[in-house]
Ligand binder design. Sequence first.
Ligand SMILES: COc1cccc(N2C=Cc3cc(S(N)(=O)=O)sc3S2(=O)=O)c1
Ligand SMILES: [Zn+2]
Length: 258
Amino acid sequence: MAPWGYEKDNGPAHWHKDCPIANGKNQSPIDLINGEVKYDSGLKPLTAKYVPFSDAKFLNNGHSVQFQPSAGNGSELTGGPLAVKYNFEQFHFHWGNNDTEGSEHRVDGKMYPAELHFVHWNSTNPSFKDAVGSGGPNGLAVLGFFLKVGAENAALKPITDLIPKVKDAGTSVTVPSNFDMQAILPATLTDYYTYDGSLTTPPLAECVKWIVFKQPLEVSAAQMEAFRSVINRDGKPMGGNYRPPCPLHDRAVKTSFK
Ligand SMILES: COc1cccc(N2C=Cc3cc(S(N)(=O)=O)sc3S2(=O)=O)c1
Ligand SMILES: [Zn+2]
């Protein structure tokens, strides 16, 4: 099979051939249907402590654009549905070629124009890769934020300003050390959906505690256009790099809000 992608000949409908777990019972993303979620008063806010990065890269890996600090920078996530501390690994985006599509998760069938994923790994593992392979839904914790078009996002501007420098697949740039990742997050990480799921791209491992925030972040139309200028390995616009929703099967989606 050609390397996986989002085109007709290598997109989500083909992924099961190399990754049979694609047809598993704990796959992501899902459609978050408000009439079927269950409020859990035990779900407290999350706490993300993101410390400045000495050397971090922003890269185009052919299927997304991704911020990746050098290993072990000390940024961590705790609280919410998490029983232990998780270490920050990377963040990346999924987006569409127009404002009616682009997010991976949906809310009552609605897609947002983009979705931002902050990937963290369970610190009881020796490494990130061990966490991915640790089996069960507690290896990774991924924070999902919907993006909608509105005011310019000043916290994301240092990142969206770098996009023209990673237009082509396989390119990367160094991120200025004064980039403040904490500023991207809302002041309080309170209202979210959470469920047990998977990576939304190959290897599709079912190792993820998903935490998807109800409140979208805003980005400007110009910032959305920057994403839409990114090119994939086939030289085509990368937009459309989102997997359609997967069956919920017998999973429960809990919310921290009524
Ligand atoms: C050995 O496992 C490895 C090694 C290196 C990278 C990855 N990954 C692959 C896909 C993938 C998809 C993610 S998403 N869209 O659900 O947030 S996060 C993520 S990853 O864990 O970075 C796995
Ligand atoms: Zn993702």
